[in-house]
Design a protein around this ligand. Structure first.
Ligand code: ZN
Length: 87
């Protein structure tokens, strides 16, 4: 059976869903029996999600938005303005 220390080493791969079937089985079996690893996984997952989210938020736009999206936004804005009552 996998030890807690081994499990920690697989956390990233587990969260990325790239563990092979056997390792994942051992990983999940360990989690079923080990409350402290379940807790650790939960907080680790939350941290990773936060970290990845803030990286995305900080990252500069990699590419121009697709033209369709720009047109859709412009169209939506125009539609919203044209619904405004005249002053
Ligand atoms: Zn454990």
């Amino acid at each position: 059976m996998m030890t807690c220390r081994e499990l920690y080493g697989f956390l990233d791969d587990f969260l990325d869903g790239i563990l092979d079937a056997l390792t994942r089985q051992n990983f999940e079996r360990h989690l079923e029996r080990c409350a402290s690893c379940r807790k650790y996984l939960a907080s680790y997952r939350a941290t990773v999600t936060l970290a990845r989210g803030s990286e995305l938020a900080k990252a500069p736009a990699r590419a121009e938005p697709p033209e369709e999206l720009v047109l859709a936004i412009l169209h939506a804005r125009t539609a919203a303005f044209s619904r405004q009552p005249p002053e």
